[in-house]
Ligand binder design. Structure first.
Ligand SMILES: [Zn+2]
Length: 154
């Protein structure tokens, strides 16, 4: 049987799901931006519990890194988008090492199937380390998540 052709777009959606649940689990579903009016701790699958990026998600190099993301409530996420300079300054002050890392110039690089698969493995290992609860993965991806975690152990 012919091997199914690799499709980057749906695979990126899957990596997004993994990265999101890891960031939120690591932050204990609590907003890490903490502006006035912040929602604080949230329900794991609440739409208000969001995956917030420091640098744009457009680069695969940074897209799924914990370093490039925060768990944020909708209120603080909106504030960050509306005030990018203040947000950047706040981030640099709170997370100087991450800020410097994210602003280090990178060679442009086009990802191949292998790179996406490596990133998946890295995220699955991180999810295992964080002991991510499958119930915190959106239901449409839960079975895939549980199978992937099983395969990781096998
Ligand atoms: Zn908040």
């Amino acid at each position: 049987m012919a091997k199914r052709k690799f499709k980057a777009k749906p695979f990126k959606n899957w990596l997004d799901i993994l990265a999101k649940v890891c960031v939120k689990t690591d932050a204990n579903f609590t907003c890490e931006i903490r502006r006035e009016g912040c929602a604080g701790r949230m329900m794991p699958l609440d739409k208000n519990c969001q995956w917030c990026h420091i640098k744009s998600r457009s680069s695969n190099t940074y897209r799924w890194l914990r370093t490039n993301a925060l768990c944020g409530c909708g209120h603080c996420h909106q504030w960050a988008h509306a005030n990018p300079d203040a947000f950047g300054a706040w981030f640099a002050e709170e997370h100087l090492g991450d800020y410097l890392f994210l602003n280090f110039p990178m060679h442009p690089y086009t990802w191949r199937e292998d790179d996406f698969k490596k990133e998946e493995r890295r995220l699955l290992l991180y999810a295992a380390e964080l002991n991510v609860d499958p119930l915190n993965v959106p239901v449409s991806y839960r079975t895939r998540f549980m199978r992937a975690m099983e395969a990781l152990k096998g």
